[in-house]
Ligand binder design. Sequence first.
Ligand SMILES: Nc1ncnc2c1ncn2[C@@H]1O[C@H](COP(=O)(O)OP(=O)(O)O)[C@@H](O)[C@H]1O
Ligand SMILES: [Mg+2]
Length: 273
Amino acid sequence: MPTEANIPGSPKALVEVRELRKSFDGNQVLKGISVGFRERQTTVVLGPSGCGKSVLLKHLIGLLRPDSGEVFFDGERVDTIPEKHMTPLRRQFGFLFQMGALFDSFDVRGNIEFPLREAGIEDPAERERRVEEVLAMVGLESTISMMPADLSGGQRKRIALARSIVLRPRVILYDEPTTGLDPIRSDVINELILKLQQQLSATSIVVTHDLTSAFKVADHMILLLGGRVVMEGPPEAFRDPEEPEIRRFMEGRASEEELRAIRTSNPPIEVHT
Ligand SMILES: Nc1ncnc2c1ncn2[C@@H]1O[C@H](COP(=O)(O)OP(=O)(O)O)[C@@H](O)[C@H]1O
Ligand SMILES: [Mg+2]
């Protein structure tokens, strides 16, 4: 079945999943997801915590394998590639993970150089040029010799982002890029997502539950609820959705059931956020 992104006239889906299903210990997290991520566009995947957004991203680069369903990159099936042959595929992707961890014992230069060394770029001058180039892109040239511990949270995210794009990936995956940042720092990250999109002509996939960020960066939006895609379309369509469950998520309201559980619990229940 063609996804919307495959309809003639709309941009090609560079990354696509079809009927993706994944369970952990009998808990079905992805219940048959089909989505196309359009080339050179920014697709935002929205959904509450725990709905399977990170699980979905990990399938795109083979960090998780589907129970059933298929994953495609540039028209080629990739979920069946053996782990030992995944490197060429993974090099097409830059990923900014939720925990965007830098190597604490390396300075900023060492962190950003790391993927260049791994990719076999031997010439130190070439590596230095590329480190400087991506640092300029994220606006942090002055931090080149600093240690991660001396950077702010927002700066660390930007350095992690610089590292993720240093091999010029075709796709950039952002997993909750603004989580844990204050609104100003979040806005800086949103601006960077937009700017890198332009400068690198990348295909960007942004997973988030931050609606402000979503509306700022999205060309296209997808909402995951209960392990399924419940809505897909242009951002404007998400501003005033008709379906009550979708409205509730977009307006940030808990369900009556969730509220009742909290109000009536005694002793207080643990609330997972
Ligand atoms: N490797 C794993 N093993 C077991 N359960 C997992 C694993 N990864 C994710 N899960 C479970 O899958 C569900 C979705 O997780 P996740 O994709 O991280 O949610 P989010 O939408 O917040 O990113 C959660 O219930 C989580 O506990
Ligand atoms: Mg997650």
